[in-house]
Write a protein that binds this ligand. Structure first.
Ligand SMILES: [Zn+2]
Length: 298
């Protein structure tokens, strides 16, 4: 079956299953007149062997298992990742550090990314820096550093097409994910602010929402996505307001995933997410901590 695709000048976007819903993703290919580039390689890349043939460069917008699932198909292509993420593609140890799971889960996680996402480390991967540009012939690609989801997460802008690949700022109903060891909530807030200011004609998400071509629609979706951060904060404040709570109490409560969600990383994600909110709330004096017990300041 043919993979559905959209074209903008030299850029083609191949949509993964369900518009790239996790575990799949959307594949961007830039056929520059000199250089052929792909952004990430989600699972759908494994159905696009013909389309990916002759790829010169894989530019990873960020490193996660679902964005590197086709790298094994491209052993001769140059692999690039932002300097803050590059260790995660160079080795399995680097990837596991990136997630920051409790060490007892690392063996299972390594198995998971290998079995489900064909993860193959690329010790030869090169790093790129924030705002780096590549001239690929009649199109230019620029990396806009938009950290938060991971430390090196970048949006990739292709001009003159005006295609902006925004990766895991995926505008989904789930909201922003900042639940890994390398995630940062405050960076994510700044990233979401900055993203509003970038001019583009088409916004390409890695997952679920696919391609958006209307600026107003994009801004509405971005607003709803951003609001999820405040929803989580409000939910944490509500629970603490009812009863002073330990981090453990809050983790049991769950603010990111529903109770039934039992993936390997679920608890770790809750811990990272809640901890970052608590730190922010303590910073503005809304929450106080005493002997591991968090309560409202008022
Ligand atoms: Zn990701």
């Amino acid at each position: 079956m043919n993979t559905p695709s959209l074209e903008f000048g030299q850029v083609t976007i191949y949509l993964g299953a369900k518009n790239g819903k996790y575990p799949d993703g959307n594949q961007v290919v830039v056929r520059g007149s000199d250089t052929k580039v792909v952004f990430d390689t989600p699972l759908v890349a494994n159905n696009l062997k013909r389309e990916l043939k002759g790829t010169d460069m894989v530019i990873l917008g960020h490193v996660h298992e679902d964005h590197t699932a086709g790298i094994h198909l491209l052993p001769d292509s140059l692999v690039l990742a932002h300097e803050a993420d590059v260790d995660a593609i160079r080795s399995m140890e680097g990837l596991l550090r990136h997630y920051g799971l409790p060490p007892k889960l690392n063996a299972q996680m390594a198995q998971f990314v290998t079995d489900e996402f064909f993860f193959q480390p690329r010790p030869d991967a090169k790093s790129y820096h924030s705002e780096q540009s590549w001239d690929v012939g009649r199109s230019t690609i620029t990396a806009l550093h938009m950290p938060g989801h991971t430390g090196g997460h970048c949006a990739l802008l292709v001009e003159p097409e005006g295609v902006l690949f925004i990766g895991d700022i995926d505008l989904s109903g789930f909201g922003p994910y900042y639940g890994d060891g390398c995630s940062n909530l405050q960076d994510f807030r700044r990233t979401l602010d900055r993203l509003k200011e970038i001019e583009a004609k088409a916004w390409v998400t890695s997952h679920h929402k696919g391609v958006i071509t209307d600026r107003k629609t994009f801004l509405d979706m971005l607003r709803a996505f951003t609001a999820k951060i405040d929803d989580r904060e409000a939910a944490i404040l509500r629970v603490i307001g009812e009863k002073p709570s330990t981090l453990h109490d809050l983790v049991t409560h769950r603010f990111v995933y529903p109770d039934w969600y039992e993936e390997l990383w679920a608890e770790s994600c809750e811990i990272y997410t809640i901890t970052q909110h608590l730190k922010e709330l303590q910073g503005v004096g809304a929450v106080l901590e005493n002997n591991g017990l968090y309560r409202l300041a008022v």
